[in-house]
Ligand binder design. Structure first.
Ligand code: PDD
Length: 277
């Protein structure tokens, strides 16, 4: 069983316990990060810690650790297991307190960090691509905060799986925003579109890597949310996340994307991504 970190102690995951009064459990009053590692090296750790700091500040939880302390915890957990690739999950809650919506005044944050195995490859993901369904974005207006309150995302993902699709892409006021746990890129009439980093999407670290690669490759790029119609008429659709990296989507709501095969721009970006790891 893997080692985890809870409030200052390293111990087996099964021995980690938190109170039922923890506000993460009671209210979903918590934020998280998921940091991939390759060949035992945390990928874009600085960017993940920066986003964690921002999420904490946005919901008024004092950051319990310095960057150096976070780095030590992450690297120590990675070193205590044998897998080359995987991910580290960090969760910080507002702590344990009598149930009351108002912030408690005398509670310290709960800090929990665990390792997760690299997810099994999705069969055919690279050759055939993924399928998605579209769904109304029923989330709150602070999707930029990486909150553990993920009920809407959970319901969207389940809707996708029950439709035999891999992911749900969320649409708000006719705009394509992101997936339930992924950012979205649309290639439409030769240009690559992705939603801007505002309060309606999670500012994905993989999204940033892919934008850097698009720019380095000199591909046409517009930071703008595609319309639902552009999604339906897209040349290519891609999903990005720390665990999916960058994958092509070849079916949207049961209809093929262009010729139904992963496209050439995706291939260029995918190949460039592999060199980053
Ligand atoms: N999810 N958008 C949403 C809503 C997400 O939950 C995620 C990541 C992303 C991609 O962000 P990044 O590239 O930083 O992983 C976009 C993670 C993987 C999760 O919840 O497990």
């Amino acid at each position: 069983m893997s080692t985890a970190y809870l409030n200052g102690d390293y111990k087996p995951l099964d021995d980690c316990q938190v109170s039922v009064l923890d506000r993460g459990f009671i209210f979903g009053d918590a934020v998280y990060e998921l940091i991939p590692f390759y060949v035992q090296n945390a990928f874009r750790l600085e960017a993940h810690l920066k986003r964690l700091k921002r999420s904490l500040a946005e919901i008024g939880i004092n950051n319990p650790h310095t960057d150096e302390q976070w780095q030590t915890i992450v690297e120590r957990l990675i070193a205590q297991q044998d897998e080359a690739n995987g991910s580290v999950y960090i969760q910080v809650t507002r702590g344990v307190a009598r149930r009351d919506h108002a912030f408690p005044t005398d509670t310290s944050a709960t800090v929990f960090v665990m390792l997760a195995a690299w997810p099994a490859a999705i069969e055919g993901a690279l050759d055939k691509g993924l399928s998605v369904v579209t769904a109304d974005d029923i989330r709150w207006n602070r999707c930029d905060v990486k909150s553990t309150s993920l009920l809407a995302n959970v319901l969207m993902k389940q809707k996708a799986l029950e439709s035999d699709a891999h992911e749900a892409i969320m649409i708000r006021e006719g705009k394509v925003l992101e997936g339930s746990a992924t950012n979205t890129f649309i290639v439409y009439q030769g240009a690559i579109l992705t939603a801007p980093k505002d309060h309606l999407i999670l500012p994905g670290i993989t999204r940033d890597v892919v934008v850097e690669l698009i720019q380095a490759l000199g591909l046409p790029f517009i930071e703008q949310a595609a319309s639902l119609q552009q999604l339906q008429q897209a040349d290519e659709v891609w999903l990005t996340s720390s665990t999916k990296e960058c994958l092509a989507v070849t079916e949207v709501d049961g209809q093929p994307v262009a010729d139904g095969r992963p496209g050439p721009l995706w291939r260029q970006v995918y190949d460039a991504f592999q060199l980053q790891k």
